[in-house]
Design a protein around this ligand. Structure first.
Ligand code: GTP
Length: 360
């Protein structure tokens, strides 16, 4: 039996409200709420009990995930009255664990998509006899992350949160947001107040001589902190660049969900997903994008690496590049929206209202 805590709270609302009305963990990636991929991947690795730690109302998740039986796990929801931070949330959720004091407990950040070998991480934790094992990955620019240098044996030597000066950038290894805790170590986290694992728990454990082990694994890893990353994650799931048992269909250039209509002559590519009941008009080209349920992409529109919210409409000949269109918004014909454009939910942009130009 392996237990896990899934962290889904705190600042997890960053995709709102400039994209869609749905809370971020429930925004569909490759046709299902993003969290479904995490739950399915954990289940496939042998996790059979997941405690979801959240600050949202459980009603956000329960209608979709229920008791977890559809995923082959037992799923429980623990709701914080106020955000307790990552460490506080782990401590709070741990009251629902049933394993023994020396058993390993997996902890997943809810906003990371990874191809991590979860079983391998637990095995490495056991072999190292560690108190906590962290999945580490390497990035070119570590400034936005928590740095975790290790010695030759994989033992963590320091934690540096969001380094800025060249002297602070002592490694390219970063905390990849998945941990294995020895159950008893979780009980050392203070309860009832906000605690950050990166800023408080891990440095304190290190100072106390605990064994913190880092396992560097450089497979697929994506932090979904931006809508752009979210769109990419969806496309990568559709194409099978990262594997998830929760993708509802064959891997390929596009995933078209039940009840969607794609006109003849429309072109779907690069991991595009077309949601249930959505319509893609003749001559439209949709590449590497997420078109949510009931949205309409009219004829000859061009949608590239963009997210079109549920029930939104993209008018004829309109071009989107790296744009995010909120649920129910209407973008009229002959517009051009480029990277970074965010259309509010339910907003209306008239025909021929906006274009981009390099005119001087
Ligand atoms: P800390 O400073 O260690 O608290 O982390 P952070 O603020 O850098 O965490 P980040 O925003 O990267 O979130 C990591 C994961 O933890 C995400 O999946 C968040 O949804 C989740 N998370 C962050 N804060 C909280 C919280 O207060 N409660 C719960 N339940 N989850 C949280």
């Amino acid at each position: 039996m392996t237990e896990a805590i899934l962290l889904v709270g705190g600042q997890g609302t960053r995709l709102r409200p400039v994209t869609v009305n749905t809370p971020k963990p429930m925004v569909p990636a490759a046709g299902v709420p993003f969290l479904a991929h995490q739950i399915a991947r954990a289940a496939a690795a042998g996790v059979d009990h997941i405690v979801m730690a959240t600050c949202y109302l459980a009603e956000v998740f329960e209608p979709y995930f229920g008791d977890g039986s559809a995923f082959g796990v037992t799923l429980e929801y623990v709701v914080e009255d106020q955000p307790l931070g990552t460490g506080g949330a782990i401590r709070h959720a741990a009251e629902h664990l049933t394993c023994g004091a020396d058993e390993p407990v997996l902890v997943f950040n809810g906003d990371i998509l990874t191809g991590l070998d979860i079983r391998g991480l637990v095995d490495s934790h056991q072999q190292a006899g560690a108190d906590v094992t962290l999945h580490l990955t390497r990035v070119d620019d570590p400034r936005a992350f928590g740095l975790v240098p290790t010695d030759a044996d994989g033992r963590v030597t320091a934690f540096t949160e969001k380094p800025q000066t060249p002297e602070e950038i002592v490694t390219d290894q970063i905390n990849a947001g998945c941990y294995v805790f020895k159950r008893s170590v979780i009980d050392t986290i203070p309860s009832g107040r906000p605690v950050s694992v990166e800023r408080e728990t891990f440095p304190a454990l290190l100072a106390s001589g605990a064994r913190l082990h880092g396992k560097v694994e450089q497979g697929y890893w994506l932090d979904l902190g931006t809508p752009e990353a979210f769109i990419q994650a969806s496309a990568d799931l559709v194409r099978g660049i990262v594997d998830s048992p929760a993708v509802p269909g064959e891997r390929g250039e596009a995933l078209v969900l039940a009840g969607a209509q794609v006109a003849e002559g429309a072109k779907l590519a690069d991991g595009t997903v077309v949601g249930a009941g959505a319509r893609i008009g003749a001559g439209a080209v949709v590449q590497g994008s997420v078109v949510l349920d009931g949205a309409v992409v009219a004829e000859d529109a061009y949608v590239h690496e963009s997210l079109v919210g549920a029930g939104a409409t993209i008018g004829p000949r309109t071009a989107l590049h790296g744009a995010v269109i909120g649920d129910g918004a209407r973008v009229g014909a002959d517009n051009e929206l480029r990277a970074g454009a965010r259309v509010w939910c339910e907003a209306e942009l008239p025909d021929a209202a906006l274009r981009f130009s390099s005119d001087r």
